[in-house]
Design a protein around this ligand. Structure first.
Ligand code: ACO
Ligand code: LMR
Length: 264
Protein backbone atom coordinates (compact mmCIF):
# COMPACT_ATOMS: atom_id res chain seq x y z
CA UNK A 1 0.00 0.00 0.00
CA UNK A 2 0.88 3.68 0.01
CA UNK A 3 3.39 4.88 2.56
CA UNK A 4 2.56 8.34 3.88
CA UNK A 5 5.52 10.36 5.15
CA UNK A 6 4.73 11.66 8.65
CA UNK A 7 3.61 15.31 8.59
CA UNK A 8 5.06 18.05 10.75
CA UNK A 9 1.74 19.83 11.15
CA UNK A 10 -1.82 18.69 11.82
CA UNK A 11 -4.61 21.16 11.03
CA UNK A 12 -8.36 20.70 11.34
CA UNK A 13 -10.06 24.06 10.87
CA UNK A 14 -9.50 25.18 7.29
CA UNK A 15 -8.30 23.94 3.94
CA UNK A 16 -7.12 25.97 0.95
CA UNK A 17 -6.13 23.11 -1.35
CA UNK A 18 -9.28 22.88 -3.47
CA UNK A 19 -10.90 25.30 -5.86
CA UNK A 20 -11.91 27.52 -2.98
CA UNK A 21 -10.95 27.77 0.68
CA UNK A 22 -13.13 25.96 3.19
CA UNK A 23 -13.74 26.88 6.83
CA UNK A 24 -14.51 23.72 8.84
CA UNK A 25 -15.57 22.04 5.61
CA UNK A 26 -17.85 24.88 4.47
CA UNK A 27 -16.75 26.32 1.11
CA UNK A 28 -16.24 30.08 0.84
CA UNK A 29 -18.97 30.36 -1.81
CA UNK A 30 -21.55 28.94 0.63
CA UNK A 31 -20.34 31.32 3.33
CA UNK A 32 -20.87 34.29 1.03
CA UNK A 33 -23.94 33.11 -0.90
CA UNK A 34 -25.81 31.98 2.21
CA UNK A 35 -25.17 35.32 3.91
CA UNK A 36 -23.02 34.05 6.77
CA UNK A 37 -21.81 36.73 9.18
CA UNK A 38 -18.67 37.19 11.28
CA UNK A 39 -20.33 35.20 14.08
CA UNK A 40 -20.71 32.24 11.71
CA UNK A 41 -17.08 32.48 10.60
CA UNK A 42 -15.95 32.55 14.25
CA UNK A 43 -18.16 29.52 14.94
CA UNK A 44 -16.56 27.60 12.07
CA UNK A 45 -12.94 28.54 12.76
CA UNK A 46 -13.00 28.46 16.58
CA UNK A 47 -15.68 25.89 17.37
CA UNK A 48 -15.49 23.88 14.12
CA UNK A 49 -19.27 23.83 13.64
CA UNK A 50 -22.16 26.01 12.52
CA UNK A 51 -23.98 27.36 15.55
CA UNK A 52 -27.65 28.43 15.68
CA UNK A 53 -28.37 32.03 14.68
CA UNK A 54 -28.99 33.27 18.24
CA UNK A 55 -25.49 32.03 19.19
CA UNK A 56 -23.74 33.69 16.23
CA UNK A 57 -25.74 36.87 16.90
CA UNK A 58 -24.56 36.77 20.54
CA UNK A 59 -20.94 36.40 19.38
CA UNK A 60 -21.41 39.39 17.06
CA UNK A 61 -22.94 41.45 19.87
CA UNK A 62 -19.90 40.65 22.08
CA UNK A 63 -17.58 41.81 19.28
CA UNK A 64 -19.52 45.03 18.72
CA UNK A 65 -19.87 45.88 22.41
CA UNK A 66 -16.20 45.29 23.20
CA UNK A 67 -14.77 46.97 20.10
CA UNK A 68 -13.75 50.08 22.03
CA UNK A 69 -14.09 51.82 25.38
CA UNK A 70 -12.51 55.19 24.80
CA UNK A 71 -8.90 56.38 24.77
CA UNK A 72 -8.24 56.12 28.54
CA UNK A 73 -8.23 52.34 29.02
CA UNK A 74 -4.94 50.42 29.17
CA UNK A 75 -5.05 49.02 25.64
CA UNK A 76 -6.00 52.24 23.86
CA UNK A 77 -3.47 54.20 25.92
CA UNK A 78 -0.62 51.92 24.89
CA UNK A 79 -1.71 51.99 21.26
CA UNK A 80 -1.93 55.79 21.27
CA UNK A 81 1.51 56.19 22.85
CA UNK A 82 3.00 53.71 20.36
CA UNK A 83 1.38 55.35 17.33
CA UNK A 84 2.66 58.72 18.56
CA UNK A 85 6.16 57.25 18.79
CA UNK A 86 5.92 56.88 15.01
CA UNK A 87 5.46 53.14 14.99
CA UNK A 88 3.50 51.25 12.33
CA UNK A 89 -0.03 49.84 12.54
CA UNK A 90 0.94 46.34 13.67
CA UNK A 91 3.30 47.63 16.39
CA UNK A 92 0.66 50.07 17.66
CA UNK A 93 -2.00 47.34 17.63
CA UNK A 94 0.03 44.71 19.47
CA UNK A 95 1.28 47.23 22.00
CA UNK A 96 -2.36 47.76 23.01
CA UNK A 97 -3.26 44.07 22.78
CA UNK A 98 -0.43 43.19 25.16
CA UNK A 99 -2.26 44.92 28.02
CA UNK A 100 -5.18 42.50 27.73
CA UNK A 101 -4.93 40.15 30.66
CA UNK A 102 -6.29 39.29 34.10
CA UNK A 103 -7.14 42.87 35.04
CA UNK A 104 -8.21 44.28 31.69
CA UNK A 105 -10.37 42.45 29.15
CA UNK A 106 -8.68 39.10 29.67
CA UNK A 107 -10.69 37.92 32.67
CA UNK A 108 -13.37 36.21 30.57
CA UNK A 109 -11.87 32.71 30.65
CA UNK A 110 -11.16 32.81 34.36
CA UNK A 111 -14.63 34.20 35.03
CA UNK A 112 -16.09 31.25 33.09
CA UNK A 113 -13.82 28.80 34.93
CA UNK A 114 -14.59 30.06 38.43
CA UNK A 115 -18.33 30.71 37.89
CA UNK A 116 -18.74 27.25 36.33
CA UNK A 117 -16.91 25.50 39.11
CA UNK A 118 -18.77 27.39 41.86
CA UNK A 119 -22.20 27.03 40.22
CA UNK A 120 -21.71 23.33 39.38
CA UNK A 121 -20.70 22.72 43.01
CA UNK A 122 -23.77 24.70 44.18
CA UNK A 123 -21.65 27.04 46.28
CA UNK A 124 -23.61 29.96 47.69
CA UNK A 125 -22.30 33.35 46.54
CA UNK A 126 -21.09 33.86 50.10
CA UNK A 127 -19.13 30.58 50.09
CA UNK A 128 -17.70 31.30 46.64
CA UNK A 129 -16.64 34.92 47.21
CA UNK A 130 -15.32 34.39 50.73
CA UNK A 131 -13.52 31.23 49.56
CA UNK A 132 -11.79 33.26 46.83
CA UNK A 133 -10.88 35.93 49.38
CA UNK A 134 -9.29 33.30 51.63
CA UNK A 135 -7.21 32.16 48.65
CA UNK A 136 -6.26 35.78 47.93
CA UNK A 137 -7.80 35.69 44.44
CA UNK A 138 -9.98 38.54 43.13
CA UNK A 139 -13.17 37.19 41.59
CA UNK A 140 -12.61 37.41 37.82
CA UNK A 141 -15.50 39.18 36.13
CA UNK A 142 -16.29 41.31 39.16
CA UNK A 143 -15.23 44.94 39.70
CA UNK A 144 -14.65 47.98 37.53
CA UNK A 145 -12.59 51.18 37.71
CA UNK A 146 -15.47 53.50 36.73
CA UNK A 147 -18.64 51.42 36.77
CA UNK A 148 -20.62 50.92 39.96
CA UNK A 149 -24.01 50.10 41.46
CA UNK A 150 -25.34 53.52 40.41
CA UNK A 151 -23.49 53.69 37.11
CA UNK A 152 -24.05 50.23 35.65
CA UNK A 153 -22.26 49.01 32.56
CA UNK A 154 -24.76 49.32 29.71
CA UNK A 155 -22.90 46.58 27.82
CA UNK A 156 -23.63 44.09 30.58
CA UNK A 157 -27.32 45.05 30.59
CA UNK A 158 -27.54 44.65 26.81
CA UNK A 159 -25.92 41.21 26.87
CA UNK A 160 -28.19 40.06 29.67
CA UNK A 161 -31.28 41.39 27.91
CA UNK A 162 -30.37 39.58 24.68
CA UNK A 163 -29.69 36.31 26.51
CA UNK A 164 -32.87 36.49 28.58
CA UNK A 165 -34.97 36.74 25.42
CA UNK A 166 -32.98 34.36 23.19
CA UNK A 167 -31.17 31.69 25.24
CA UNK A 168 -33.06 28.58 26.35
CA UNK A 169 -31.58 28.99 29.86
CA UNK A 170 -29.37 31.49 31.66
CA UNK A 171 -28.36 29.47 34.72
CA UNK A 172 -24.74 30.63 34.84
CA UNK A 173 -25.67 34.25 34.20
CA UNK A 174 -28.18 34.12 37.08
CA UNK A 175 -25.44 32.68 39.28
CA UNK A 176 -23.09 35.52 38.29
CA UNK A 177 -25.86 38.02 39.11
CA UNK A 178 -26.27 36.45 42.56
CA UNK A 179 -22.52 36.74 43.07
CA UNK A 180 -22.75 40.40 42.04
CA UNK A 181 -25.56 41.00 44.54
CA UNK A 182 -23.28 39.67 47.25
CA UNK A 183 -20.15 41.57 46.14
CA UNK A 184 -22.18 44.80 45.83
CA UNK A 185 -23.10 44.39 49.48
CA UNK A 186 -19.35 44.67 50.17
CA UNK A 187 -18.45 47.60 47.87
CA UNK A 188 -20.20 49.77 45.30
CA UNK A 189 -17.77 49.14 42.44
CA UNK A 190 -17.88 45.35 42.69
CA UNK A 191 -20.32 45.04 39.79
CA UNK A 192 -20.49 42.19 37.30
CA UNK A 193 -18.27 43.57 34.54
CA UNK A 194 -18.36 42.90 30.81
CA UNK A 195 -15.78 40.11 31.13
CA UNK A 196 -17.88 38.41 33.79
CA UNK A 197 -21.07 38.86 31.79
CA UNK A 198 -19.53 37.32 28.65
CA UNK A 199 -17.84 34.52 30.64
CA UNK A 200 -21.03 33.45 32.41
CA UNK A 201 -23.27 33.89 29.37
CA UNK A 202 -20.94 31.91 27.13
CA UNK A 203 -21.28 29.01 29.55
CA UNK A 204 -25.03 29.27 29.05
CA UNK A 205 -24.55 29.44 25.29
CA UNK A 206 -22.34 26.34 25.24
CA UNK A 207 -24.65 24.36 27.56
CA UNK A 208 -27.95 25.53 26.05
CA UNK A 209 -27.18 25.24 22.35
CA UNK A 210 -27.14 21.44 22.46
CA UNK A 211 -24.16 21.58 20.08
CA UNK A 212 -21.41 20.63 22.54
CA UNK A 213 -20.78 17.58 24.71
CA UNK A 214 -19.90 18.09 28.36
CA UNK A 215 -16.28 17.15 27.56
CA UNK A 216 -16.16 19.71 24.75
CA UNK A 217 -17.46 22.44 27.06
CA UNK A 218 -14.84 21.51 29.67
CA UNK A 219 -12.14 21.62 27.00
CA UNK A 220 -13.25 25.03 25.68
CA UNK A 221 -13.25 26.45 29.22
CA UNK A 222 -9.96 24.79 30.14
CA UNK A 223 -8.08 25.83 26.97
CA UNK A 224 -9.53 29.33 27.29
CA UNK A 225 -11.24 30.36 24.04
CA UNK A 226 -13.23 33.25 25.42
CA UNK A 227 -10.59 35.94 25.92
CA UNK A 228 -10.30 35.63 22.15
CA UNK A 229 -13.61 37.48 21.88
CA UNK A 230 -12.18 40.53 23.66
CA UNK A 231 -8.86 40.37 21.77
CA UNK A 232 -10.67 40.22 18.45
CA UNK A 233 -13.18 42.90 19.38
CA UNK A 234 -10.73 45.39 20.86
CA UNK A 235 -8.42 45.04 17.84
CA UNK A 236 -11.11 46.98 15.95
CA UNK A 237 -10.85 49.91 18.37
CA UNK A 238 -7.07 49.78 18.66
CA UNK A 239 -6.70 49.94 14.89
CA UNK A 240 -9.08 52.92 14.95
CA UNK A 241 -6.99 54.67 17.63
CA UNK A 242 -3.85 54.13 15.54
CA UNK A 243 -5.47 55.76 12.48
CA UNK A 244 -6.84 58.56 14.66
CA UNK A 245 -3.40 59.50 16.02
CA UNK A 246 -1.82 59.35 12.55
CA UNK A 247 -4.65 61.44 11.08
CA UNK A 248 -4.23 64.00 13.85
CA UNK A 249 -0.44 64.02 13.27
CA UNK A 250 0.11 63.75 16.99
CA UNK A 251 3.70 64.24 18.18
CA UNK A 252 5.76 61.97 20.43
CA UNK A 253 4.02 61.50 23.75
CA UNK A 254 5.88 62.38 26.93
CA UNK A 255 4.17 62.01 30.26
CA UNK A 256 4.13 65.28 32.32
CA UNK A 257 6.47 65.44 35.32
CA UNK A 258 3.63 66.94 37.39
CA UNK A 259 1.70 63.71 37.02
CA UNK A 260 4.48 61.60 38.53
CA UNK A 261 5.09 61.34 42.26
CA UNK A 262 8.89 61.31 42.53
CA UNK A 263 9.68 59.83 45.89
CA UNK A 264 12.29 57.75 47.67
N1 ACO B 1 -13.01 40.41 43.71
C1 ACO B 1 -12.87 40.66 45.03
N2 ACO B 1 -12.47 41.85 45.52
C2 ACO B 1 -12.23 42.82 44.64
C3 ACO B 1 -12.36 42.64 43.26
C4 ACO B 1 -12.77 41.38 42.81
N3 ACO B 1 -12.88 41.11 41.49
N4 ACO B 1 -12.04 43.79 42.63
C5 ACO B 1 -11.70 44.68 43.58
N5 ACO B 1 -11.81 44.08 44.80
C6 ACO B 1 -11.54 44.69 46.08
C7 ACO B 1 -10.04 44.83 46.25
O1 ACO B 1 -9.50 43.74 46.94
C8 ACO B 1 -9.93 46.11 47.00
O2 ACO B 1 -9.95 45.88 48.36
P1 ACO B 1 -8.58 45.99 49.17
O3 ACO B 1 -8.00 47.34 48.80
O4 ACO B 1 -9.00 45.85 50.57
O5 ACO B 1 -7.74 44.85 48.66
C9 ACO B 1 -11.18 46.91 46.64
O6 ACO B 1 -12.09 46.00 46.09
C10 ACO B 1 -10.87 48.00 45.67
O7 ACO B 1 -10.11 47.44 44.65
P2 ACO B 1 -9.27 48.34 43.65
O8 ACO B 1 -7.91 47.74 43.46
O9 ACO B 1 -9.34 49.76 44.05
O10 ACO B 1 -10.11 48.13 42.34
P3 ACO B 1 -9.69 48.69 40.97
O11 ACO B 1 -10.69 49.71 40.62
O12 ACO B 1 -8.28 49.09 40.91
O13 ACO B 1 -9.78 47.37 40.09
C11 ACO B 1 -10.36 45.80 38.58
C12 ACO B 1 -10.61 47.20 39.06
C13 ACO B 1 -8.90 45.65 38.12
C14 ACO B 1 -11.29 45.52 37.40
C15 ACO B 1 -10.64 44.80 39.72
O14 ACO B 1 -11.96 44.93 40.15
C16 ACO B 1 -10.32 43.38 39.37
O15 ACO B 1 -9.19 42.95 39.47
N6 ACO B 1 -11.36 42.59 38.91
C17 ACO B 1 -11.17 41.23 38.53
C18 ACO B 1 -10.58 41.16 37.12
C19 ACO B 1 -11.58 41.56 36.08
O16 ACO B 1 -12.72 41.12 36.07
N7 ACO B 1 -11.13 42.37 35.11
C20 ACO B 1 -11.96 42.80 33.97
C21 ACO B 1 -12.49 44.20 34.15
S1 ACO B 1 -13.63 44.65 32.81
C22 ACO B 1 -12.64 44.97 31.47
O17 ACO B 1 -11.46 45.14 31.63
C23 ACO B 1 -13.21 45.08 30.14
C1 LMR C 1 -13.05 48.34 28.70
O1 LMR C 1 -13.89 47.75 28.04
O2 LMR C 1 -11.96 48.69 28.21
C2 LMR C 1 -13.37 48.74 30.08
O3 LMR C 1 -14.40 48.04 30.66
C3 LMR C 1 -12.21 48.99 30.96
C4 LMR C 1 -12.36 50.38 31.57
O4 LMR C 1 -11.63 50.64 32.52
O5 LMR C 1 -13.20 51.15 31.14
Amino acid sequence: GKVRAPTHIISTISDDRGEEPCYAGVPMSSIIEQGYGVGDVISLLWFKRSLPRYCTKFIEICIMLCADHGPCVSGAHNTIVTARAGKDLVSSLVSGLLTIGPRFGGAIDDAARYFKDACDRSLTPYEFVEGMKKKGIRVPGIGHRIKSRDNRDKRVELLQKFARSNFPAVKYMEYAVQVETYTLSKANNLVLNVDGAIGSLFLDLLAGSGMFTKQEIDEIVQIGYLNGLFVLARSIGLIGHTFDQKRLKQPLYRHPWEDVLYTK
